[in-house]
Write a protein that binds this ligand. Structure first.
Ligand SMILES: [Zn+2]
Length: 367
């Protein structure tokens, strides 16, 4: 995370804006230089310099980025209309939406973030849905890994969650993931982590990162339930659906980042992380990930129905808070039926012993 900040600070760029100094109502056309601090100049004279950490987003109509600054006069505002420059600038201000989200729930944070970025995104996004399908397969793995690393930080901060690391639980989890990974034909770059959050979810990030939230583990009653879900996530990884979703949803910042080499900048990463947790995969992507999961479970001689049962259990008890596994992986009756239809009696050894399963359930110390 620190490296992204220093990257941003090291690379100066400039653009134009309208400045209201907070003392008069005069509109002043100014030049903005993004240096160590954000410098506001008029006719070559520096009027003010704002620390990125003090910059906050102010309410404004779509298509404009309006900013205030904690250390400037209360009514001082900057207005930026150039989308590319606005995205670059916003990506350097890591607390830009901080005051908007204090005291609100995670779902609200996500909502705010999406609403705030949607207006910028909408302006230049027309071509992106078409580009996403074509771009995803072309993105090199090393680049996906960088994206995944950047997004991971944001995922952890959005959910204020630590990785669970009970030793016995971790050993059981690794055993389960490795069995699935081998059967799925994926290499050892796959990294799976259990995060200590009550949200019932699981998802994958580009570059081979699979997350299981403890909330889903708590609701699970058997290893095959979790195995099916993890195999489904491996399917999304294998098909690069997460990269596709990221391009689709993070379109503007992603493409601009791609052009300017600032993809690990916080703006792009925040967008990526949140959109990966809250956006639905397409119906086709879900069907394909299910097919993948079913094939993996068949190859291991394990039943496919438990995954459906787990997801159904989550729907039954959890209202749609926009963050559960059902938000990103909509469970249709077709999907549920298929997991039942494809079910076969177990013909392979259990993926975990009873003891290992108990250890896995206790990986976050919640046994
Ligand atoms: Zn899915």
């Amino acid at each position: 995370m620190d490296s992204t900040l220093s990257d941003g600070a090291a690379r100066a760029s400039a653009g134009s804006a309208v400045y209201f100094d907070g003392q008069s109502s005069r509109r002043r056309p100014v030049t903005i230089a993004l240096k160590e601090r954000l410098e506001i100049s008029e006719d070559g004279l520096v009027l003010a310099a704002w620390d990125y950490a003090d910059i906050r987003r102010a309410d404004c109509p779509p298509g404009i980025l309006r900013l205030s600054c904690l250390s400037a006069p209360a009514l001082a505002r900057l207005e930026i209309r150039d989308t590319a420059f606005a995205v670059d600038l916003a990506s350097r201000c890591d607390k830009i939406d901080k005051d908007r989200v204090d005291g609100r729930g995670v779902a609200k944070i996500v909502g705010w973030s999406l609403a705030a970025t949607a207006s910028i995104a909408a302006m230049v996004l027309f071509a992106v849905p078409f580009a996403a399908d074509r771009l995803a397969p072309l993105i090199p793995e090393s680049f996906e890994r960088r994206l995944g690393d950047a997004a991971e930080m944001q995922v952890k901060s959005v959910f204020s969650a630590q990785a669970c690391n009970d030793v016995a639980g971790q050993a059981a989890f690794s055993k389960l993931v490795n069995a699935l990974r081998r059967s799925a034909g994926l290499d050892t770059s796959v990294q799976a982590v259990v995060l200590a959050t009550d949200v019932p979810n699981a998802f994958a990030l580009p570059g081979g990162k699979v997350y299981l939230f403890n909330g889903l583990l708590v609701k699970a009653q058997a290893p095959d339930e979790i195995a099916g879900v993890l195999a489904h996530e491996l399917g999304h990884l294998k098909h690069r659906d997460n990269t596709r979703v990221l391009i689709y949803n993070g379109g503007t910042s992603f493409l601009i980042g791609l052009l300017f080499g600032d993809v690990t900048g916080s703006g792009a990463a925040i967008f990526a992380a949140r959109s990966l947790v809250t956006s639905s995969y397409s119906r086709d992507a879900e069907t394909n990930a299910d097919t993948f999961s079913i094939d993996v479970m068949h190859a291991l001689g394990r039943p496919t129905k438990p995954m459906g049962e787990l997801m159904f259990r989550v729907t039954g008890k959890q209202g749609d808070d926009g963050l559960s596994i059902l938000a990103s992986h909509p469970l249709t009756e077709d999907r549920l039926k298929r997991m039942g239809d494809e079910d076969r009696p177990a013909s392979g050894p259990p993926l975990l012993t009873a003891k290992e399963w108990a250890s896995l359930k206790g990986i976050c110390g919640t046994r």
